[in-house]
Ligand binder design. Sequence first.
Ligand SMILES: Cc1cc2nc3c(=O)[nH]c(=O)nc-3n(C[C@H](O)[C@H](O)[C@H](O)COP(=O)(O)OP(=O)(O)OC[C@H]3O[C@@H](n4cnc5c(N)ncnc54)[C@H](O)[C@@H]3O)c2cc1C
Length: 507
Amino acid sequence: MFVTRTVFVIQDANVTVVGAGPVGLALAAELALAGVSVQVLERLPEPDRAMKAQSINMTTAGALDRRGLLPAAEKVQRETLGRMGPVVEGKSPSDTRITGHFAGMAVDADLVDWDDPDFVAHTAAAGARVVPQPELVALLTEHVTRLGVPVHRGVEVTSLEDTGDGVLIGTTAGSVRTDWLVGCDGGHSAVRRLAGIEFPGEAPELTGIQAVVDTAGDLPLTNGWTWTPRGTYRYGPQPGRVAIVEFDHPPADRSTPITLDEVQTRLRRVTGLDITLTALRGTPTRWTDNTRQAASYRKGRVLLAGDAAHVHPPFGGQGLNLGYGDAVNLGWKLGAVIAGWAPEGLLDTYDAERRPIGQWVLDWTRGQIGVLRPDVKSGALREIVADLLGTRDGATYAVKQLAGVTQRVDLPGNHPLVGRYVPDLWLRDGSRLVDHGHSGGFLLLDRTPDGAFARIAEPWAGRVTTVTDEPATPAGVLVRPDGVVVWATDSTDIAGLEDTLRRWAGI
Ligand SMILES: Cc1cc2nc3c(=O)[nH]c(=O)nc-3n(C[C@H](O)[C@H](O)[C@H](O)COP(=O)(O)OP(=O)(O)OC[C@H]3O[C@@H](n4cnc5c(N)ncnc54)[C@H](O)[C@@H]3O)c2cc1C
């Protein structure tokens, strides 16, 4: 039952985001930029330092770039690489282009065709960025703080009631009302459960752990992933960092603390070596291959984003990137509905556009489990995949998928840019189109000699930033606040621009 006791935080927030992980913070920032009031409730009193994502791909780097945050992320990368050992044997970390891996099979950066137009189009796609999750969360916390978003820590959401025109939220610190509630509260989402949203998928079959360890002497392990008849393990790239995967069964309780003894036992079992560990450093993590996607990303006034909407094994590093994409897709749409210039139906496009990308990620990680199993058939399949990844086409294909450069939203329009994330469009003044979008909103590039596109967009002046440039190709591009191109042309023909503005930027 809902309790109407203490009111502990602002009551009039348009949106309450549950969870101050990377997705909740990214979403809160987008909502603040859209001009709505937003607060974040987070059950942990301090930010989580657990070892999870180590890097971000093009889709996340591109989103940070569009808000002017990429230089800060690159500073984190330089500092992190400075602390790391070689990622690739014989190369210093700063000389290494980070590509990623498929089921532990690292993709050789020297094989990748970096001149492929998809890579050339996106500077932010030039290899993954090494940005550990805690550092990304710190960067985003600073960002939302600058935008004036309150992050209330030590507050756990325990109940919710959708009243049709808002949501009553019960928390460990009292109760509060909000117009909209977004659960960014991770894979075990309380919001998803309390809202009664189904979470269909497959039960887990493995247990993985990741830890940084100290040892009695040098660890007799080589950098990278190794397969044994009892499972698989990875050593490096940081000194002492190990990941161990056993396929015997999932953990009875994922939240059971990981002890030094457990790491040593698992490492001995999988490697078959008599390894002695002396200490655990940092906060180790335990994971499974639980693979599920919410039946709906929205139910009434409650929405889901990030791990709350989908979970999958962490192989190939996709989860954070997928969730970040949810956040930037949802933020401006929810902001537009609250501001009243878009109908509520705009929110339907959130599920429609993000679900297929989520399904793809789930399949990409399912495929890796199939290759990783320690049985003889999976071993044979692994050999074949390794051969393919060892080719120029195979390596380029894999890195494109990992980077997300081929991601596309299914939108009407014949121009090849439509539905894609906006590429780096350099202007004559030396800036790029995305440099003009740091405060959110739509971007219109007008390269007609007489400003024909800019004139069409005048009624949308408050929502659309028009950037004029000298004639070049493409001649015109309209970009949504989430970076997706919704209209583009190589001619000076205005056809379709006004309709597209009405469709996405309101009336
Ligand atoms: C070992 C490992 C390695 C990974 N590597 C990668 C990688 O390389 N690349 C990648 O992209 N992804 C990776 N991931 C996945 C990535 O970590 C997750 O996808 C990401 O954390 C999802 O972010 P989120 O904000 O949706 O959820 P979370 O990060 O889980 O944040 C949810 C937040 O909600 C809070 N919360 C939960 N319940 C409540 C409640 N009831 N009330 C208030 N607050 C609540 C939690 O305390 C938490 O802070 C990895 C994951 C693991 C485990």
